[in-house]
Design a protein around this ligand. Structure first.
Ligand code: FES
Ligand code: FES
Length: 164
């Protein structure tokens, strides 16, 4: 039976009607209209659908929307503030850590959670925490460099304006 749930998406409450088997990724993209969250494999293997729920990365393709009642969800659309890209968005662009961009929203959200936990990560920390996010085109070296630079505040306005 369909049910009304409330999701707090990027700080904004949204009420949506969902079926019990409806996936969070489909609700975010098709009902809320935030298509920055990508659906790749749909099977928990690629990380493209990563969003933050209560600050922690989750795979929205494996999460039932109905289980997220009242939760705070952060998507890529919530990162830029007042026309300024988030530090991770800036360093991904600066380092060329983006090609087709399909993996990028999930990568950046996983990296955001990583930097919150470990502000000055070494390559091993990054390899471990980002293992679930796959990129088919850029290669991982530039992505790693972008995450390290964002942690060090090497972006516009940094380090004093770091908003990880
Ligand atoms: S689309 Fe969710 S892990 Fe690939
Ligand atoms: S930039 Fe194309 S999949 Fe990562």
């Amino acid at each position: 039976m369909k049910q009304v749930i409330e999701l707090i998406i990027n700080g904004e409450p949204s009420e949506v009607i969902v079926r019990p088997n409806e996936l969070l990724v489909d609700v975010i993209r098709d009902k809320i209209g935030l298509t920055g969250t990508k659906k790749g494999c749909g099977a928990g293997d690629c990380g493209a659908c990563t969003v933050l729920m209560e600050g922690k990365p989750i795979l929205s393709c494996l999460t039932l929307a109905i289980s997220c009642q009242g939760k705070h969800i952060e998507t890529i659309e919530g990162l830029a503030k007042d026309g300024t890209l988030h530090p991770l968005q800036q360093t991904f662009v600066k380092k060329g850590a983006i090609q087709c961009g399909y993996c990028t929203p999930g990568m950046i959200l996983s990296a955001k959670a990583l930097l919150r936990k470990t502000p000055d990560p070494d390559p091993e920390d990054i390899r471990y925490e980002m293992a679930g996010n796959l990129c088919r085109c850029t290669g991982y070296k530039k992505i790693m460099e972008a995450i390290i630079e964002a942690g060090q505040g090497a972006h516009e306005g940094g380090p004093e304006r770091v908003r990880i």
